[in-house]
Write a protein that binds this ligand. Structure first.
Ligand SMILES: *Cc1c(COP(=O)(O)O)cnc(C)c1O
Length: 428
């Protein structure tokens, strides 16, 4: 087969990017479930320790994972990617690749609860400060929060579960003006609905556990490097521009050019922390990626129908779904996600926590799970689950109250999903 034309559309890339079988090779990307690789000489292996140009150990690179990394990099419009064993590991490494003890970074307050814990509690213990900002603040207010030691800005395209749309272009400008990269968690949008690099983002992270996999069969993450950020433009990123003692004096910007960030992440962080997925997990993720475009469009269509039904119900206090014209993020959604805003809807039931719980326990088709963005419709009560560790103040900042339910509309027939919701609403 011939390599895929780089002008191919995203649906085609989802199927063909990353793997082109040669004469007689398997049509489907093989699972290379091996920790190690054989070499003819000691000298060859010694060279790999100087410069890992081939697969040598599956703690930080593997041929099956490599195919999926190349595919996701293509989908996001980046120049390189690295899989991680969870979305949390991707978020952690995206920051640790830039910040060390004594540094700070800026993050939007409306992000995933697990990321808030990681940033506010665990990174703080490592001496890295997270400075929170709110999208409602003006450019001047946000810029005033930058310090000399600030190394990045972090936001979520479509916040989980607040479902606010992040103004990527605006924050990219603010970040670049202050000589730091913009990192975007693009989990809910996926590159089918939004490609943040096209709006100026520098680094993309995903929990591939969600829509990318879609089938609830693997936990995983990925970091994508746009290759666009110039690490030499200020003296903020000395770890990129000065010799790495742990790697024979490698200088990432000098030796790897535009790939500096993603190669540094692999050579330092993945080598030392080893949060790399198995080949089998990457294989499962790839199956999800193959159908991602078809699924994303259908999630958007089903969720739009469900959101309209919720909006019309007198038992519902409010519905957050940015694709709806009534939504406060609608303008940003039109700009960044013209196809739609995924299958996730959050809504607040009148009567607060008690009614929310009664509604959820009355559902028959939708499952009550700690998951989201699955092919099967599911629900979660953030205040008592994913966001349980948050203080009341953090809950408000993340846009959550006790009556809020996060509904992840799946790919069942929308009439069946709506019938289930209606019967559960009748019970409150
Ligand atoms: C789930 C999620 C994560 C964490 O991913 P895991 O794969 O569960 O570790 C990070 N960001 C967002 C937006 C998520 O929804």
């Amino acid at each position: 087969m011939k390599e895929l034309n780089s002008n191919a559309k995203i649906e085609t890339k989802c199927l063909h990017s990353g793997y082109t079988p040669k004469n007689g090779e398997p049509r489907v990307m093989p699972i290379v479930q091996s920790t190690t690789y054989c070499f003819d000489s000691t000298e060859h292996i010694a060279q790999l320790f100087d410069m890992p140009t081939e697969f040598m150990y599956s703690r930080f690179a593997n041929p099956t994972c490599d195919v999926v990394e190349k595919k996701i990099a293509e989908l996001e419009g980046g120049i390189g990617a690295m899989l991680t064993s969870s979305g949390q590991a991707a978020s952690l490494f995206s920051i640790l690749n830039l910040c060390k003890a004594g540094d700070s970074f800026i993050a939007a307050s409306a992000i995933y609860g697990g990321t808030i814990n990681l940033f506010a509690v665990t990174l703080k213990k490592l001496g890295i400060e997270c400075i929170w900002v709110n999208q409602d603040e003006t450019d001047e207010e946000i810029e005033a929060k930058f310090k000399d030691n600030t190394k990045a800005v972090f936001g979520e395209t479509l916040a989980n579960p607040a479902l606010t749309v992040f103004d990527i272009e605006r924050f990219a400008k603010i970040a670049h003006k202050n000589n730091v990269p913009l990192i975007i968690d693009n989990t809910f949008a996926t590159p089918i609905l939004c490609r943040p690099i096209e709006w100026g983002a520098d680094i993309i992270v995903h929990s591939t556990t969600k829509y990318m996999d879609g089938h609830a069969v693997q936990v995983g993450g990925v970091i994508v490097d746009s290759g666009n950020f110039d690490w030499t433009s200020s003296d903020k990123f000395k770890d990129f521009t000065e010799p790495d003692d742990s790697y024979h004096g490698v200088v990432y910007t000098r030796d790897f050019g535009k790939m500096a960030y993603i190669i540094k992440a692999r050579m330092q962080l993945m080598r030392d922390f080893g949060a790399y997925p198995s080949a089998h997990s990457a294989f499962l993720l790839n199956l999800g990626l193959e159908t991602l475009p078809v699924r994303m469009k259908q999630y958007c269509e089903n969720a739009t129908q469900v959101a309209k039904v919720l909006l019309a119900s007198d038992k519902i206090q409010s519905v957050t779904y940015p694709a709806l014209e009534t939504d406060k993020s609608h303008k940003l959604a039109e700009k960044y996600m013209p196809i739609g805003t995924s299958g996730v809807i959050s809504f607040s039931i009148k009567g607060g926590r008690d009614n929310a719980v009664r509604f959820m326990d009355s559902l028959e088709l939708a499952s009550n799970v700690v998951h989201v963005a699955d092919i099967r419709t599911c629900v979660l009560h953030p205040a008592s689950a994913t966001h349980r560790q948050l203080t009341d103040e953090q809950l408000v900042a993340a846009g959550i109250d006790g009556g809020i339910i996060r509904l992840s509309v799946g790919l069942e027939n929308s009439q069946d999903i709506i019938a289930d919701i209606k019967q559960a609403l009748d019970k409150i």
